[in-house]
Write a protein that binds this ligand. Structure first.
Ligand code: NAI
Length: 718
């Protein structure tokens, strides 16, 4: 609702809808009623709109999307405010986002607190600012700045908003008091020059080139998302059409977006990300009701690629860090790298780098008083066992011992310590200070409090933390394995890396599977397969070259590694690069003839592989493993898997994550296609549909948000 009060000659309308004063139906009704009252009452000469509890307005009520909206619509409400004969001032504290900023743009003046954040993030939900935002903002701040804010959805600080001209004043004091004072000072003044919808849109001479450039840029970055494209079209309308026609265009574009699957997918991601925090452990103990313990001082062991990034993320989250590295040369290099990352991060955030928060050490003796340790030494079980034994002896009782292993058994590491309940996995992604995903891996003996503490620490570091069970590769890497394998089988059958990557990039991945492998290094997986006994010297393998443990195996990646082709770092991998470390992947004739020779040697008949097969085999094999993960209880629900894939594996957000995608494609179709490929290639692993997929299809293919219920019923029937 909205509350009305009068301060002197100023009518004060306060939005009241915790937590962010979203513009739900009853809030809109309140604003309409209170505005009418303010305009009616003769002693009220001007109006201030503000929000309760230090927050102006977080925008539309997303829960109303897709429902039959009741209450007054937003656009006429904002028009009425703009058309008012008495000055209306928006007092912006906390946030003015989406519909909240559009409401403020309908006011005649805007005063913001210095800590306020403003923005039009609709594009991130697959929409555009369709309550006049796309038409008013370019008129207020010009086409280039409006394009930037509307197509990226980025938030700006009050200082930047002032510079851009979005707000008229910034204050460090009480914003509502400042707005009331300002409102009484402008009472009775003409409002002709304050109604943004009447402004001509400032048009730079090269506006066409500018808009074309913007369109080209969003198409390149958006990877198939349609909302950023519609945002550019809406701004074009603002720049080229009268306001009323621009509003019509905004409405048309919004209607297209609103009914698109992409908006649904993006909104699903938004809610899924919120839901992953609410997770319960299999024992029934809810970790989120178990209080996390505060972590003030942490330690990182091993300052390679991961440990250095993790140290930076911890320092930036305000913790004191002891960083341990045994190799002298590596310690020097890591110090330099960490200092550089802290400097750059501080510059970006406009603060001083917190060099004093980090202490370096050659050994683990200074770890006696830390609250939590993150181990990031080489992926070698014997080494990690030793490190955990030492940590258990040196650290104070109650110190949480976490490992950044990519897939080793957490429970085995826990068994090396005096208190296995204090051991959890914290699986970061490279570069650890940048990537937002964190898998928090609980072993059978991890305590709910240990999981809660790691989840809380992840949140403090600004990560999207997802709690997952302990198994080989956890969730993300376990699903990646069949995806990578199918891609390799496709090469054996006649595809090229360029074909496979092209299809996956067109689907929306930032990088296809082969380009991605070249970037992360082919040797990483090779070493793991070597440790597993899967790598057999090809020359001696004979007929067993393409079989491991009774299943088809594609040794192509191993063969490249044997040739020293580790990817970008060596300048050769699935592609060639002008020099080691260069990022530009070029098709490699050597690789093509290597594939031809390989196929000839093994008598493989080359066939034409179409785009549909590439997409279906790679994605459905990954999705099938996702169902197995749900079946095994490694992920709590499909949302957990989807959040992991969208935030850590560049799965296109506008497709909502692999499990959501499967439900949109139709579970029956996924099942049928897997069966088809399994029949065609019975010896290729991971194409046989798993039983949960079959059971969900037999239960009528419920939508993704109903899977948990069905899974519960199926479980109780066992
Ligand atoms: P890395 O090889 O870059 O660094 C490991 C560091 O640990 C080296 O600097 C080494 O000198 C140091 N070290 C070895 N024994 C030590 C000891 N006893 N005490 C202190 N330092 C010691 O390895 P990277 O890539 O940083 O990986 C570390 C861990 O993180 C591994 O378990 C890996 O599987 C995991 N991981 C790696 C990812 C990646 O993309 N590189 C992603 C996620 C997890």
């Amino acid at each position: 609702m909205a509350q009305f009060s009068v301060s002197g000659s100023v009518g004060l309308i306060t939005l009241q809808n915790a937590p962010v004063n979203a513009l739900s139906a009853w809030v809109r009704q309140g604003i309409v009623d209170m505005m009418e009252r303010a305009l009616r009452e003769p002693e009220v000469k001007s109006v201030v709109i503000c929000g309760q509890k230090g927050t102006f307005c977080g925008g539309a009520d997303i829960k109303e999307f897709g429902t039959n909206m009741t209450g007054p619509p937003l656009i006429p409400m904002i028009h009425a405010i703009e058309a008012a004969a008495k000055p209306v001032v928006a007092a912006i504290e906390g946030v003015a986002l989406g519909g909240g900023l559009e409401l403020a743009l309908g006011c005649h003046y805007r005063i913001a607190h210095s800590k306020a954040k403003l923005g039009l993030p609709e594009v991130t939900l697959g929409l555009l600012p369709a309550a006049g935002g796309s038409q008013r903002l370019p008129r207020l701040i010009g086409v280039p700045a409006a394009l930037d804010l509307i197509t990226t959805g980025r938030h700006v600080t009050a200082a930047e908003a002032l510079l851009l001209g979005i707000v008229d004043q910034v204050t460090d004091h009480n914003t509502v008091d400042a707005a009331v004072k300002f409102a009484s000072s402008v009472a009775g003044q003409s409002l002709d020059a304050r109604r943004i919808s009447t402004f001509p849109c400032p048009r730079p001479a090269d506006v066409d080139a500018l808009l074309e450039g913007a369109m080209w840029k969003v198409r390149r970055i958006a990877r198939g998302a349609i909302a950023p494209v519609a945002c550019v079209q809406a701004v074009r309308a603002a720049a080229t059409l009268p306001y009323a026609q621009g509003m019509e265009r905004e409405k048309e574009l919004m209607a297209t977006l609103f009914t698109s699957g992409q908006a649904r997918a993006l909104q699903y991601c938004f809610f899924a990300q919120r839901a992953v925090g609410r997770w319960s452990m299999p024992s029934g103990d809810r970790w989120d009701t178990s209080e996390p313990r505060p972590v003030h001082k942490a330690a990182v062991i091993g300052l390679g690629t991961m440990g250095s990034g993790i140290s930076v993320a911890l320092v930036q989250a305000g913790l004191s860090v002891v960083a341990v590295e045994t190799h002298e040369k590596q310690l020097m290099e890591a110090k330099q790298a960490i200092t550089g990352m802290l400097e750059r991060g501080a510059k970006r955030r406009g603060v001083k780098p917190a060099f004093d928060k980090i202490r370096y050490s050659h050994n683990i003796q200074p770890l006696a008083d830390v609250d939590l340790v993150i181990e990031a030494v080489f992926e070698d079980m014997a080494l990690k066992e030793k490190v955990f034994q030492q940590l258990s002896a040196v650290c104070k009782p109650g110190t949480y011992l976490c490992t950044n292993t990519s897939g080793l058994d957490i429970d085995h590491l826990a068994a090396q310590t005096r208190n296995p309940e204090l051991v959890v996995g914290m699986h970061f992604f490279a570069p650890a200070h940048v990537m937002e995903l964190l898998e928090v891996v609980y072993g059978p003996r991890s305590s709910p409090q240990a999981v809660a503490t790691a989840m809380q620490l992840g949140k403090k570091m600004g990560k999207v933390s997802v709690a997952v069970g302990n198994c080989r590769g956890f969730v993300g890497n376990r699903m990646l394995k069949p995806y990578l394998e199918q891609a390799s089988f496709l090469l054996e059958e006649g595809a090229t890396p360029e074909l496979v990557d092209g299809v996956l990039e067109e689907f929306g991945f930032a990088m296809g599977v082969f380009r991605m492998s070249d970037l992360s290094g082919l040797d990483v997986g090779w070493r793991v397969r070597q440790a597993d006994g899967l790598v057999v010297p090809h020359a001696t393998a004979g007929r067993q070259a393409r079989v491991r443990r009774g299943c088809r195996y594609s040794p192509l990646g191993d063969l490249l590694c044997e040739q020293g082709r580790f990817g970008q770092k060596t300048g050769r991998g699935w592609y060639r690069y002008d020099k080691p470390g260069s990022h530009l992947a070029k098709p490699d004739p050597w690789l093509h003839s290597f594939l031809e020779e390989y196929r000839a040697r093994h008598g493989l008949v080359v066939r034409r592989i179409d785009h549909q097969e590439v997409l279906e085999r790679c994605l459905y094999a990954l999705i099938n493993e996702g169902f197995r993960i749900l079946e095994d209880g490694i992920a709590a629900g499909p949302e957990d898997i989807d959040v992991i894939y969208v935030s850590g594996y560049s799965w296109p957000r506008h497709r909502g994550g692999p499990m959501f995608y499967a439900s949109i494609v139709g579970l029956t179709k996924v099942l049928e296609r897997l069966e088809h490929y399994h029949r065609a290639h019975p010896d290729v692993p991971n194409l046989q549909p798993c039983s949960l997929l079959r059971k969900l299809v037999a239960s009528g293919s419920p939508p993704v948000n109903k899977w948990r219920e069905v899974m519960k019923t199926l479980h109780s029937q066992l």
